[in-house]
Design a protein around this ligand. Structure first.
Ligand SMILES: [Zn+2]
Ligand SMILES: [Zn+2]
Length: 247
């Protein structure tokens, strides 16, 4: 691939500025990718979540009264449900109150003007989904390039690896040799995970119920995260904790 992280970052920068978006420069990007490889989750999902959280923190603490921000949210009628949940987690009560009130007023105004059930004006896409898509290109590219280095490969090998949606996505950003290495590495990871899933099924048989549960105990949540991405393990860990407390 001819371009490098710096050039792709420059190309996206005007879009980011237009959206009042926060984003690290290319050196920071490389270090973020590297640091994320030691976290036991898909590095791209982790980086995307961190970007969204940071962006929401900034928007709701600094920008609630910014006309551009308010107008953007009016035209999309808020966030999609996934990003609305993120906003509740990262925003502050006053900021969320002001925004919610504004959007409900807009909805009631529309109903009064056009009647119940009238189709709302064309909504734009959730702005955080738009930014997330841009970030995804950037992070996949950064990781695709970084994976040419042997120490990055070692970190990757010892880590969670990519979720399947991001694994499929990164091949478009890798050279041939990296793609081949990645496919072999991920096949090994998936076979190990499948062994753990098999062991969990075996120990669920009444004949082996007395056997202690090892790392295969949470293989199902790691497998779900591997397949779908996101933060499933974080959710399942809290589910397990509640379950343990209940027993
Ligand atoms: Zn992912
Ligand atoms: Zn969204």
């Amino acid at each position: 691939m001819k371009s490098n992280i710096r050039s792709i970052w420059k190309r996206l920068q005007p879009v980011r500025k237009r959206n009042g978006n926060l984003f690290p420069d290319h050196d920071t990007l490389y270090h973020e990718v590297r640091e994320t490889l030691v976290i036991p989750h898909c590095p791209i999902c982790t980086l995307l979540q961190a970007s969204t959280d940071e962006r929401l923190g900034y928007l709701f603490h600094e920008n609630v009264n910014d006309p551009g921000f308010r107008e953007e949210l009016r035209s999309s009628m808020g966030y999609c449900s996934r990003h609305a949940a993120d906003a509740v987690r990262c925003g502050n009560a006053l900021g969320l109150t002001i925004i919610s009130r504004d959007l409900l007023m807009q909805f009631l105004h529309h109903t009064k003007r056009d009647g119940y059930g009238a189709p709302t004006e064309q909504r734009t896409e959730c702005p955080l989904c738009v930014m997330e898509r841009e970030d995804t290109h950037l992070y996949l590219y950064a990781l695709g390039v970084a994976l040419r280095e042997s120490d990055i490969r070692t970190l990757y090998q010892n880590g969670f690896g990519l979720c399947l949606p991001h694994l499929e996505g990164i091949y478009g950003y890798c050279n041939e040799e990296t793609a081949k290495w990645l496919a072999m590495c991920e096949e090994r990871k998936m076979r190990l995970l499948m062994d753990e899933l098999g062991e969990f099924i075996r120990k669920s048989d009444y004949r082996f119920l007395g056997e202690p549960i090892g790392t295969e105990g949470n293989a199902w949540s790691r497998a779900m995260e591997k397949i779908s991405g996101g933060n499933i393990q974080r959710i399942s860990d809290s589910f397990l904790m509640r379950h343990i407390e209940d027993v």
